[in-house]
Design a protein around this ligand. Sequence first.
Ligand code: NAP
Length: 314
Amino acid sequence: MKIGSLEVGKIGLGAWQAGGGAWRVDFAELKRAYEYALDHGIKFIDTAEVYGSGKSEEFVAELIRNRPHVVVATKVAGSNWGRILKSAERSRRRIGRVDLLQFHWPPPIYVPLCKVIRDLEKAAQLGLTAEIGVSNFDARLMEKALTCTKKYEIVSDQVVYNPLHRAAERLIEMGRARGFVVIAWSPLAKGAVLKENLGNDPARRFDSVVNRAKTAEGRRVAETIRKIAETRGVSPAAVVLAWHAAKGSFPIPGVKTLKQAQEVLEANALQLSEAEVRAIDKASAPFITGTVWPSAMRYIPGFLLKLSFTLARI
Ligand SMILES: NC(=O)c1ccc[n+]([C@@H]2O[C@H](COP(=O)([O-])OP(=O)(O)OC[C@H]3O[C@@H](n4cnc5c(N)ncnc54)[C@H](OP(=O)(O)O)[C@@H]3O)[C@@H](O)[C@H]2O)c1
């Protein structure tokens, strides 16, 4: 898969887990897991300035120091719409290199969207990033954002997408036609689509998608995935990530352990049959609803949204 000019492979990795606030992690094991993945076929890693207030970016900096083949993506906080260049400079200083600079969540309604996009373009012009992207933009907002560019293309939109939340499918189609890639966050539904016993990490507490796994429909999705995994002799995580590839999204799972990293990597060699993709699609059909980002959030002043994310320990 290519995101703009960047060759990124079939799956990437997300490094929110390394922020340390939202996820309970053993840092030595986490490092082992990410190093293993980047040395065994993963070419893309995603982070953000808000993850652990820069801790995740510092973790990524260490990981990529001797791995020039890895594409690095980070995100400017949506509440930093007035300080995009400053944020981009700070992230570049922390990480050492940024290949894809994304705007993390839609700005409040009173902020001119084209100013945000032009500031991302300025960051690219100044050499702070190779490519620009957005995150959590729904199809309507993306349509508008695409009209704002002057010199660069928006090459990606990073949104929630997994078998328990399929609202992004309209965006995937739009991306195919308009030349941007949908990067799928929470591609494993934070583990909820893989297993029953989940840790009570803060990241899961306010996530309604995690609760969908407990419904009859949700259990049917997990059961379908488990059966395919058993038949193929691979992990359920690999089946879900291979489903993403079949649907045309680029998944960036987070992992905590070496074993999870190894299971995620199995997806690189796995291609689901049309019948297997259809079976997961059918079981997860009740979840082709909702939106990738509630538009009401854009009416919340930026500082309040940032405060709520801070309290949720993002
Ligand atoms: N743009 C945005 O607004 C946004 C929002 C959220 C995330 N993201 C990005 O997307 C990345 C991934 O999303 P996410 O971390 O929310 O969710 P995810 O990738 O769907 O789930 C990650 C969690 O699933 C469990 N897991 C991973 N591999 C597993 C395996 N093989 N078997 C069983 N369980 C496994 C682990 O938790 P346990 O070990 O605790 O079970 C892990 O922490 C993040 O790291 C971040 O970079 C972006």
